[in-house]
Design a protein around this ligand. Structure first.
Ligand code: GDP
Length: 314
């Protein structure tokens, strides 16, 4: 593999970025396209914040906060503290360095550039060689419906509400009218391999998969599409993917993940602790590959990337 391959990864935020950090130890960034969820985008203080785009971009630029996996390293929060005096106690963390990105994005969007163009500029200015592609230039706004409550915009559910509560439904508002950004479908059909990162299947990859033409594009190249299960040993490694699967009536296992991605993927990487699911995943027409999928270090993420790249090759 190495220099010859082109890889397209469908990504949410932190889980995906952990994997990408390993992947770019194995393939040159210039051979990588990352198609990123924008359903979590939100406006704060009049600024356009794209949490998943920033997590992926900061990771590729080597400036991400290594402890949280999101936001920038060596961050301070003076501006947010001052904003709190005007708006009340903030619930969404925006660091001083991070704010520069949101200011720049917002100003460039206002001057008429598309989100794709602004994202390209930000990535270039931060020294990223990979192509970071927002899934769409159009607004898709993910809402989460909890039992007994009206649907909440994703960040209110996730950050303000701490991702608590029984999830009854996910709404991807605007997705029917949204078009995949230019280059998204080609990046899927023309790559040597496509990777569905270990991201939340409903709120991170769900919005990308729901865009017109994306499922069809994946199904036409299915044999070279590899997903990594975000569910390990009956729960998500982090975050609410397990609770969402349960709430929405899916089995919380790699087999449940395989069913969600059936007809879209040729290979599912599942953790070694879940090896007993391999046969039933194979019966779904998906090749199971067993690996250590816990990316505790960048070196471990790179070893997982080796497994994924070998699965694409084979
Ligand atoms: P995030 O909420 O911003 O982190 O967005 P993502 O959707 O990209 O990532 C969350 C998903 O990644 C969760 O479902 C986790 O279970 C999964 N995840 C995080 N770290 C790991 C890991 O080391 N291994 C595996 N297999 N999955 C992981």
């Amino acid at each position: 593999m190495g220099n010859r391959v082109t890889i397209t990864t469908l990504a949410g935020g932190v889980g995906a970025a952990k994997f990408i950090r390993g992947l770019v130890r194995r393939i040159p960034q210039k051979n990588l396209t990352v198609i990123v969820n924008t359903g979590d985008d939100e406006y704060f203080y009049g600024l356009h914040v794209s949490p998943d785009l920033d997590t992926v971009t900061y990771t590729l630029a080597g400036v991400v906060n290594p402890t949280t996996g999101w936001g920038r390293a060596h961050e301070t929060f003076h501006a947010l503290e001052a904003l709190g005096q005007f708006y009340g106690k903030p619930w969404f963390n925006l660091g001083d360095r991070d704010l520069a990105t949101h200011l720049y994005r917002t100003e460039r969007l206002r001057s008429g550039l598309s989100l794709v163009e602004v994202t390209r500029e930000i990535a270039q200015k931060l020294g990223v060689k990979a192509r970071v592609l927002p899934m769409s230039n159009d607004r898709v706004h993910t809402h989460v419906k909890l039992r007994g409550r009206p649907p909440l915009p994703f960040q209110q559910y996730f950050v303000k509400g701490g991702a608590r509560g029984a999830v009854e439904a996910i709404e991807l508002r605007g997705v029917e009218a949204a078009r995949p950004a230019q280059g998204v479908l080609e990046a899927i059909t023309e790559a040597t391999g496509v990777i569905l990162a270990p991201s939340n299947p409903f709120v991170s990859l769900g919005p990308i998969l729901a865009l017109n033409g994306v499922r069809e594009a994946l199904s036409t190249v299915r044999s070279r599409v590899v997903a990594i299960s975000p569910i390990v040993g009956g729960k998500s490694v982090k975050g609410p993917a397990d609770a969402m699967m349960r709430g929405l009536g899916h089995e919380v296992s790699p087999r449940g993940v395989a069913r969600l991605y059936q007809n879209l993927i040729g290979v599912l990487i599942l953790d070694q602790v879940d090896r007993h699911y391999a046969d039933s995943i194979e019966q779904l027409g998906i090749k199971p590959v067993i690996a250590d999928t816990i990316m505790a270090t960048p070196a471990k993420a790179a070893r997982l990337a080796d497994v994924v790249l070998a699965a694409i090759d084979g």
